[in-house]
Design a protein around this ligand. Structure first.
Ligand SMILES: Nc1ncnc2c1ncn2[C@@H]1O[C@H](COP(=O)(O)OP(=O)(O)OP(=O)(O)O)[C@@H](O)[C@H]1O
Length: 350
């Protein structure tokens, strides 16, 4: 079931939370809404869910081509999971998952045995077999979020909407759960929109990433696309680390579009740490002379912080362990930096 939002605006008082936003989520995909706090992600998700409505006269929401703009949340067939597990504390895991089915009007309510079968099937799907008699307080945070997911899925929603579902969990559990969610999504293939402000999370699990900033969508693309070909300086800075360097001529960037590195409208070079090449000091070579300030060598890719001699700017470079060993650099040593060749400049002014 695809989701299409067209021309959605939402204002709270005089404040525009969404400004003419349009988005298409293809059927069966996992799409992340990614952006800084206050960029409008949750508002867009809530409007898709029907928990909030766009400004009068603005925009439409369609599920698989069917206009649901005026359909209330309860009738849209959406499953919703929030950051803070809204489980019923006084109910067991089983009863929590069964809830949505049991509250249906008698005519549409499945028989007892059918409900039990569906709940057990869901608990198996979210890998919580055997925990059906526990209460939420007897579960870990990650387990509770999986119960919340099973509960959202019990009523067979047409789309699944997740608002920072792992936001309240610690970093390690969060990482485990996001991998689990990716695998889970591949199994169930339900159209899913997922709000996060964590770029690593979005890039790791989403089929498509929607980057939001100040009530608008800045870019939509596959994780690799938005990382490798950011459409704006904002996206470049928001997704991954980036060095923003003056003196584009010294970096070999002289025209509007170049073959290695990125040049912004204002003559700044945007280069990610892995796009900086570190060479032994050689005053005659192209590039810039820099002093090594710190070397963070723990982990698979050593990170080096340099200070450029001419401009005093700091530059982060990420190189391989083999390259570092060959350079044999120590703090305060001089080196030569340049942009790695196989990189394309983008002029953001075009
Ligand atoms: N009910 C409301 N009344 C007034 N302002 C609101 C309301 N809901 C949201 N806003 C404002 O709209 C803007 C967008 O909010 P939204 O929750 O969509 O952002 P977000 O990108 O999800 O941020 P976060 O990551 O912090 O949750 C924010 O500035 C917020 O303060």
């Amino acid at each position: 079931m695809s989701i299409t939002a067209t021309g959605i605006s939402k204002t709270f008082g005089h404040f525009a939370a969404l400004d003419n936003v349009s988005l298409h989520v293809p059927a069966g995909k996992l799409v992340a809404l990614l952006g800084p706090s206050g960029s409008g992600k949750t508002t867009l998700l809530r409007i898709i869910a029907g928990l909030e409505f766009a400004d009068a006269g603005s925009g439409h929401i369609a599920f698989h081509g069917e206009d649901v703009t005026r359909v209330p949340a309860g009738k849209r067939g959406v499953g919703f999971v929030f950051q803070h597990y809204a489980l019923f504390r006084h109910m067991t895991v089983f009863d929590n998952v069964a809830f949505g089915l049991r509250v249906r009007p008698r005519a549409r309510r499945p028989a007892r045995a059918e409900i039990a079968e569906r709940v057990n099937e869901l608990l198996h799907l979210v890998q919580l077999d055997g925990l059906d008699r526990r209460f939420p307080s007897q579960l870990s945070g990650g387990q509770r979020q999986r119960v919340a997911l099973a509960r959202a899925l019990a009523v067979r929603p047409r789309v699944l909407l997740l608002d920072e579902p792992f936001g309240a969990l610690d970093a390690k559990v969060r990482k485990e759960l996001r991998r689990w969610l990716r695998k889970f999504h591949e199994e169930i293939q339900l159209t899913t929109v997922f709000v996060t402000h964590d770029q690593e999370e979005a890039l790791e699990i989403a089929d498509e990433v929607v980057i939001m900033n100040k009530a608008r969508i800045e870019q939509v693309g596959a994780p690799q696309d938005v990382y490798d070909r950011p459409a704006s300086p904002f996206v470049h800075k928001f997704i991954g680390d980036v060095n923003i360097l003056r003196d584009s001529a010294a970096w070999g960037a002289t025209g509007p579009i170049h073959d290695n590195g990125r040049l912004a409208a204002d003559g700044l070079v945007y280069a990610r740490p892995h796009e900086i090449e570190v060479l032994p000091h050689d005053p005659s070579a192209t590039g810039v002379a820099a002093v090594l300030r710190y070397a963070h060598t723990a982990g698979p890719h050593p990170r080096l912080t340099f200070e450029i001699l001419s401009s005093r700017e700091q530059v982060e470079a990420e190189i391989s362990r083999t390259e570092l060993a060959a350079l044999n650099l120590r703090p305060n040593d001089l080196a030569h930096l340049r942009l790695r060749p196989a990189h394309t400049f983008q002029d953001y002014s075009i």
